[in-house]
Design a protein around this ligand. Structure first.
Ligand SMILES: [Zn+2]
Length: 303
């Protein structure tokens, strides 16, 4: 059974069915970047509770379905534009960035490329250096080429080494520069869009597997939590070597984010057994009368 890592997935907006399907398809670990929620938050307390969910309940919930959950902590670029609130969020970040299972500062960077976005992006690059974590960059969907170049320029201005920076949401226009400059180049595979699995296959054929990372960025929008295993299957069908599939759909994400000191292969190779009778702060994933799934260590890597 192949193992996959989905290093960009917003699990808080997905269902237990998704977790079950992901595990069945071979996803052993996910990384959930802190992002916005589809509408802007109005109070700093909403950020605080969201960050607590990422390091607490969601990490617990994933484990109940046999998936190891990590997260990144950061102020996203859209909400950086509310400066009064952004100031308060910045004060929270160091508290959460150093918690167990936090593998990067992110996703940060530019959305509309405003002055406020630039300010909080820079402050968070400094934070990443301070807490010695990698950075996950969200590149803008509009004016992508320019925004991607600028993200890397600014990161270098602040002295971050490219090997500590994962640049996400790449496409054919950005990939060459990102790789040439020594960064990790991540690709978000959205169903029915420009960056689908077919194009990902072509990119791996053309550029090879070095420093290329595949993710789903599945969230509350039209997206697919199985994008990584499905893309791997398509690569296999197109004759891409097994080692290249392993690198782009598993190993590169592990190598990049294990630089945090918070993520290692033994986390899922020697997992604690699944036990849905367990509770987190008094709450479990079970609803009245449901039979808990309880597995010994030997069944933990199944299928
Ligand atoms: Zn995201």
């Amino acid at each position: 059974m192949e193992m996959y890592i989905d290093p960009h997935l917003h699990a808080v907006s997905r269902t237990t069915d998704d977790y079950e399907a992901m595990r069945k398809a071979g996803v052993v670990a996910i990384i959930e970047p802190a992002f916005w929620l589809g509408q802007p938050r109005t109070e700093v307390g909403s950020f605080k509770d969201y960050f607590s969910t990422l390091v607490g309940w969601e990490r617990f919930r994933a484990k109940q379905f046999g998936i190891v959950h990590y997260c990144t902590i950061g102020l996203n670029s859209k909400e950086a534009n509310n400066e009064a609130l952004a100031e308060e969020v910045m004060e929270l970040l160091p508290l959460y960035a150093t918690k167990e299972g936090v593998v990067a500062i992110g996703e940060i960077g530019y959305d509309d490329q405003t002055a406020a976005e630039d300010k909080y992006y820079r402050l968070q690059l400094e934070l990443a250096k301070e807490v010695e974590l990698p950075v996950l960059i969200h590149t803008p969907h509009r004016d992508k080429k320019k925004g991607t170049t600028r993200s890397m320029d600014v990161s270098e201005e602040h002295g971050l080494p490219p090997h500590m920076v994962i640049v996400d949401h790449n496409n054919e226009e950005t990939v060459k520069e990102v790789l040439d400059r020594g960064y990790w180049a991540a690709f978000t595979i959205y169903p029915h869009t420009k960056m689908g699995s077919d194009r990902m296959v072509e990119i791996v054929k053309k550029y090879g597997p070095e420093r290329i990372i595949v993710d789903s960025a599945a969230d509350w929008g039209i997206s697919d939590p199985l994008a990584v295993p499905k893309t791997a299957a398509l690569m296999r069908k197109h004759g891409i070597p097994e080692e290249h599939i392993r690198m782009t759909c598993y190993q590169n994400a592990l190598t990049a984010y294990s630089q945090s000191g918070q993520m290692e292969e033994s986390d899922w190779l020697n997992p604690e057994p699944i036990d849905q009778r367990l509770k987190h702060a008094g709450n479990s994933v079970l609803r009245g009368g449901q039979a808990p799934r309880v597995e010994g260590p030997s069944d933990a890597v199944e299928n």
